[in-house]
Design a protein around this ligand. Structure first.
Ligand SMILES: C[S@@+](CC[C@H](N)C(=O)[O-])C[C@H]1O[C@@H](n2cnc3c(N)ncnc32)[C@H](O)[C@@H]1O
Length: 337
């Protein structure tokens, strides 16, 4: 990746053509993805779409398993968007936001681990989807990872990873980098997900990092707030770091059938439910660009120059769709306001 542009293909020969790994053409993997395409609703399928973005930006995300988890159909449709952006010389190429988001969570996760006094920690990924951090981040070697998602999502993911390992030599070396990985089948709209998590070995008193990446805005307001409150409750027992992304109102309006919860001011919401030390970044900020968006005409850079309260862009009347990347802490030693 060069330092200029917005990951634009002029500097990015890796997008010249889409080469799918042979594994995607094996019967077992094809069958699993055919089931995903026919049986899953759009919320569950978003797991594969996100993986497709990470796969096509793998020169940045370093996520070699993302291709097989995404599947051919999602890879092709995402690639088509990237190709059109290239032809149109778009100021940002599709997927750049996913690439930045992935790197932001990776970086903050590692920093949070280093901030704990002990080597051991728990990482809980709510709405884990096709996330592969337990396989690709060496900083997790002393951590117990818990992936929470719908049962069918976790089952298909396990089957796809198994197929990759058994059917293709190049995937045999994709070993787990985390100390342990436990998949917890649960619906986050139901109140029993914390109980299921604890029954699976999660220890409330152990230092924990919560990763809520691409999950809150799929929830109804009451469910999203209840999930955050539960995490805040746990944080009264132990050192806790929350890493989460929030859509603002204009972003959820883009697809109101699938997105619900939004917060224009997560830095005010989180302290009101017990979190402290809230730090908010926008895509493009110094800690959230990773050299991928130097062009000042980039949409995200234009948004960052406007006050956050502005919902419609004064230049062209387009909605100001923002994604906030937010870190917050909790600790038994902090007295809630
Ligand atoms: C956009 S994907 C994000 C996946 C992953 N965090 C990532 O960034 O790649 C959203 C995930 O949240 C899961 N999800 C959404 N609502 C959920 C709920 N109520 N309970 C459990 N999982 C849920 C979906 O199944 C899907 O895997």
């Amino acid at each position: 990746m060069t330092d200029q542009g917005n990951g634009h293909p002029a500097d990015q020969p890796m997008w010249a053509e889409l080469k799918l790994p042979e594994l995607l053409f094996t019967e077992r993997v094809r069958r699993l993805h055919a089931e995903i395409e026919t049986e899953w609703d759009p919320v569950r399928q978003s797991a594969c779409q996100t993986a497709a973005g990470r796969a096509l930006w793998k020169h940045v995300t370093k996520d070699p398993l993302a291709e097989v988890l995404a599947g051919e159909a999602y890879l092709r449709s995402f690639y088509e968007k990237i190709r059109k952006d290239c032809i149109n010389k778009a100021s940002e190429v599709s997927g750049v936001i996913l690439a930045v988001r992935t790197l932001w969570f990776d970086t903050k996760l590692e920093a949070a681990l280093n901030s704990f006094n002990t080597e051991e920690a728990q990482i809980v990924l709510l709405g884990a989807g096709m996330d592969t951090r337990a396989y690709r981040l060496t900083c997790l070697r002393n951590s117990n990872v818990f992936e929470v998602d719908f049962p069918e999502v976790l089952q298909k993911k396990a089957n796809l990873l198994q197929a990759a390992k058994e059917d293709a030599d190049e995937y045999q070396n994709q070993l787990m980098t985390a100390k342990s990985l436990t998949r917890v089948a649960a619906d986050l709209r139901e109140n029993n997900w914390p109980e299921k998590l604890q029954k699976s070995g999660f220890i409330p008193e152990k230092n924990t990092i919560w990763i809520l990446e691409g999950i809150l805005y799929y929830q109804l307001d009451s469910d999203a707030v209840s999930i955050l409150k539960k995490i805040a409750e746990y944080s009264t027992l132990t050192q806790t770091v929350l890493l989460a992304d929030f859509m603002n109102k204009s972003s959820t309006m883009l697809s109101s059938s699938i997105f619900h919860f939004y917060s224009d001011w997560p830095d005010q919401l989180l302290p009101s439910i017990g979190f402290s030390d809230v730090r908010l970044s926008q895509v493009g900020d110094p800690d959230a660009n990773f050299g991928l968006m130097h062009d000042p005409s980039n949409l995200f850079n234009k948004l960052r120059s406007l006050p956050r309260s502005v919902q419609t862009h004064p230049d062209d009347g387009t909605p100001c769709c923002r994604l906030y990347l937010v870190q917050a802490s909790g600790s038994p030693y902090i007295i809630a306001p």
